[in-house]
Design a protein. Structure first.
Length: 201
């Protein structure tokens, strides 16, 4: 089964002061971290949706192996990036794992668990932490039209998942990562300290 990866990385990062794709964490840009996570989780192909500072991201980041998709409507919110990304995927892709560039503590194992849920028959699967649905999410192709239609503003697949709990499989990922966002300079500082502490013997 062909399960693609889709990394949404088009925002301007207003609160953090620069596009999140260009934020450095532990010596790697967040967009590079997201691409590596999806790839290591077994997704292929991986499409990366860029928008704000599109050319700067291409110049600064190593996105080898990814297909870069330009969302020219990025100012309208995350939903447009999701729709643009879904529309860009090849016809042989049966499902996609959607990840956000600003959640760098998501791990390849979380991606693999979502893919396993799909292998076992899930139509949609969502990573949960402390019992709460977060990201990433997996969406079978049969859901894409409805997901795209219900996405609005900065709300992506959440509207579809909430409206269709009967086909949404929760996948606990507490033990293999965290959904922490990088929205502000303070959150970035906290994550940098956490990674530094974890790297010490």
């Amino acid at each position: 089964m062909t399960v693609a990866g889709l990394l949404l990385a088009a925002g301007e990062g207003r609160r953090i002061g620069r596009p999140k794709a260009l934020v450095d964490l532990g010596g790697r840009l967040l967009v590079e971290r997201g691409l590596a996570t999806l790839t290591a989780g077994g997704c292929t192909p991986v499409h990366v949706v860029l928008g704000a500072a599109h050319d700067d991201v291409l110049a600064a980041a190593d996105l080898a192996g990814a297909t870069v998709v330009h969302n020219r409507d990025w100012r309208t919110g995350l939903a447009s990036s999701l729709r643009t990304g879904l529309a860009s995927l090849p016809p042989d892709v049966e499902a996609v794992v959607v990840a956000l560039v600003d959640q760098p503590l998501v791990t390849p194992e979380a991606i693999r668990r979502l893919r396993q849920a799909y292998d076992e028959g899930a139509v949609a699967a969502v990573a949960t932490y402390d019992g709460l649905p977060r990201n990433p999410v997996l969406l079978a192709r049969t859901t894409w039209a409805d997901v795209a239609a219900q996405a609005s503003g900065d709300t992506g697949a959440r509207a579809y998942l909430r409206a269709n709990p009967d086909v949404t499989t929760p996948v606990p990922c507490d033990d293999v990562g965290a959904p922490d966002d990088v929205d502000t300079p303070e959150q970035l500082t906290t994550l940098r300290r956490r990674l530094l502490a974890e790297s010490r013997p």
